[in-house]
Design a protein around this ligand. Structure first.
Ligand code: HPA
Ligand code: ZN
Length: 337
């Protein structure tokens, strides 16, 4: 449509991208060969990168995707692998007109297979530095806890020296909560979020993706998050919708992800128009672009435009809301406006 050049040009902020979700089948196979990682032999999808691309088109749920997501990241071993992964994301982000991004990582998923936190962090930091100097993209790192593991595991991870130091130094500015949503309500993770709050960390959590609107409420009430990842199911609760609008909670919506994981049949079924009408602040994001048809942020903007035919003024308002809801410095925000 005529608005496409505007979507490309707008200074976009991305708030919901799992760096491990930027692992393309091509890079997955390359690193598996380099690191001599044996991919599953009992699943024909792993016969070739093309086989994975095909299989990724048939996810039937969040958990079906996560099965592939955790196998995929098993090819990441050294700091250079993590740098390669993040750099691949940043180059796509630059091509799509991303100005600033706040990226997730899943430390427990790596530490649980014997990879040191510092290995993961140093690779990502290297790519972030390069993205800022070569691409002009600013970024922040958010460490997510895995909700399918015991809450005590999240606390123990938080308490590790290298992890605490990365928070204290500002190398990692916030915490999140991801992985299988049902049946793991946010309130299970109150202790680790309280610790994050004491350290002055920013807090967000996945909620209302597959799980009910009630998970959004308990994330707000018990984890004291100021952002909700996905959150699209708040539309099922009018009072909560109003609260999210009144408290300026940013929802990091991932339209193409929701279609791939069968949360909705099509992007048109998402409550984008209802969010705009209710004054709910949201950003539009890619989530796990390499797993969802190689669709990075701009494809998500375009899919929303195809479905909702927004005006230029509405797009500018979405991008301004995304800047407001970012966790960068006030100085950086002013540059972005
Ligand atoms: N939801 C929950 N966990 C995840 C996701 C997601 O969209 N992507 C990576 N881990
Ligand atoms: Zn996500």
């Amino acid at each position: 449509s005529g608005i496409h050049p505007l979507l490309q040009r707008l200074p976009k902020c991305e708030h919901h991208i799992h760096l491990e979700g930027a692992l393309t089948p091509q890079v997955l196979f390359t690193l598996a060969a380099k690191n001599r990682i044996e991919l599953p032999t009992d699943d024909p999808a792993f016969a070739s990168p093309e086989g994975l691309v095909e299989r990724y088109r048939e996810f039937d749920s969040l958990d079906d995707f996560l099965h592939y997501y955790y196998i995929g990241m098993s090819v990441l071993l050294d700091a250079g692998d993590f740098e390669t992964l993040a750099w691949d994301y940043f180059t796509h982000a630059a091509a799509d007109g991303v100005a600033h991004c706040e990226v997730f990582m899943d430390p427990q998923a790596h530490m649980g297979r014997g990879i040191g936190y510092d290995v993961v962090l140093s690779g990502f930091q290297q790519a972030r530095k390069r993205a800022e100097s070569e691409l002009g993209i600013t970024s922040e790192l958010i460490a997510c806890f895995l909700r399918h593991l015991p809450p005590a595991d999240a606390v123990a991870t938080f308490e590790q020296d290298a992890v605490r130091e990365s928070f204290a130094a500002g190398h990692v500015i916030g915490i999140g909560l991801d992985s299988s949503e049902k049946p793991f309500p946010p309130e299970l993770f109150q202790v680790v979020y309280q610790k994050g709050g004491f350290m002055g960390l920013k807090r967000t959590a996945h909620a209302g993706e597959e799980g009910p609107a009630a998970y959004v409420r308990t994330a707000l009430d018990t984890l004291h998050v100021d952002r909700i990842d996905h959150g699209v199911r708040v539309i099922e609760d009018d009072a909560l919708l109003k609260r999210v609008a009144d408290e300026n909670i940013l929802l990091s919506v991932c339209p193409i992800s929701n279609v791939f994981l069968k949360g909705v049949q099509s992007v048109a079924d998402l409550p984008i128009r209802k969010f705009i009408d209710a004054g709910v602040r949201f950003s539009i994001n890619s989530d796990d672009p390499a797993y969802f048809g190689n669709n990075y942020i701009l494809a998500n903007y375009c899919a929303v435009q195809e479905a909702f035919n927004l005006t230029a003024a509405e797009w500018v308002a979405i991008c301004e809301g995304s800047i407001h809801g970012s966790w960068c410095s006030q100085k950086r925000k002013e540059e972005l406006f």
